[in-house]
Design a protein around this ligand. Structure first.
Ligand code: AMP
Length: 295
């Protein structure tokens, strides 16, 4: 396994692979790897000749009050996990390498950043799409792997690839969870014991909605479903709701009526102690194909 920290080296090696006719899978991450990341890597390993893992805590996607400087890091452990899962190249640049001068030109996420996390994290998705485009240009992968856990991010990256004609297939990977349902996340490390105990209530409330949305009460009024979930979450001690929102997937449009041919994403963001946790469920038509698909 190669560990590279410059764009020049990354371009050289990936160019070589492409010249040899090898397919390349890219897994972009911020490191502090867990089983969710591992699932992405394993899928990339199974579908490509060559796997590139990037580890970069991208400052441009963090707001001024957010956890950029405190974001958990453990490169030693990440190296071991990458090696164990058959990664060929780890690309771990520093901030100066990725952004040698202040950015002038960035990718505008448009309408789709005006919902869900986009609302509470202004500029976040512009930062994400811009750094992902840079990685796509440097690596020129055949496939790139993203988790369903960050549903809005996945939908936006897919939209960017379509709208800007990036020659890459986006592969989505189902959310990997702890035994009690909590979505694996690097940020779970922020939770105290007490917070960790209540954290699975997020997924519990979302799965309750997924099981009940077809009841006539909710079919008639999707808003009631969202309200019911908000009510459940608001009674959990220590939870502070950022949002609970129902949108179509992958277009992220508001829902006023449930339709039989539509896929829905119900998503929540909860402040819990020092962490802000997000999770979502998909339901409706085409759910299975969205949960684990090549777009
Ligand atoms: P991050 O390092 O948090 O930026 O995540 C890197 C990639 O891993 C993103 O595509 C995430 O959606 C994905 N990911 C993070 N957590 C999970 C999880 N629990 N299950 C599946 N994918 C995940």
């Amino acid at each position: 396994m190669l560990w590279l920290s410059t764009k020049q080296d990354l371009k050289l090696y990936t160019q070589q692979m492409r010249r040899q006719g090898k397919s390349i899978g890219l897994v972009p991450t911020m490191g502090y790897l867990h089983e969710g990341h591992e699932r992405l890597i394993q899928k990339a390993r199974a579908q490509n000749d060559f796997v590139v893992l990037s580890i970069f805590v991208n400052p441009t996607q963090f707001g001024p009050q957010e956890d950029f400087s405190k974001y958990p890091r453990d490169l030693q452990r990440d190296r071991q996990i990458a090696e164990n899962n058959g990664v060929d190249i780890v690309f771990q640049p520093n901030v100066e390498e990725m952004y040698p001068h202040p950015l002038e030109v960035t990718v505008n996420p448009g309408r789709m950043e005006s919902v869900l996390c986009g609302r509470s994290r202004p500029g976040h998705f512009r930062g994400v799409l811009t750094v992902v485009s840079k990685l796509f240009h440097l690596v020129q992968p055949d496939r790139a792997y993203f988790g369903q856990k960050d549903g809005q991010q996945l939908a936006l990256i897919q939209k960017m690839v379509e709208d800007l004609d990036f020659p890459v297939h986006i592969v989505s990977v189902e959310t990997v969870r702890e035994a009690d349902g909590l979505a694996k996340s690097s940020r779970n490390v922020y939770l105290t014991e007490e917070e960790r105990r209540v954290a699975p209530e997020i997924y519990r409330a979302l799965t309750w909605a997924k099981a009940h949305w077809q009841e006539s009460l909710y079919l008639e009024s999707p808003e009631r479903l969202v309200d019911a979930v908000k009510k459940k979450l608001s009674t959990v001690p220590l939870f502070r709701i950022d949002y609970v929102e129902l949108v179509t997937f992958p277009d992220l449009l508001p829902v006023s009526l449930f339709r039989p041919d539509e896929t829905y994403m119900l998503a929540a963001a909860i402040y819990l102690g020092k962490a802000r946790l997000i999770d979502n469920v998909l339901f409706g038509a085409h759910t299975l194909s969205h949960e684990s698909s090549v777009y």
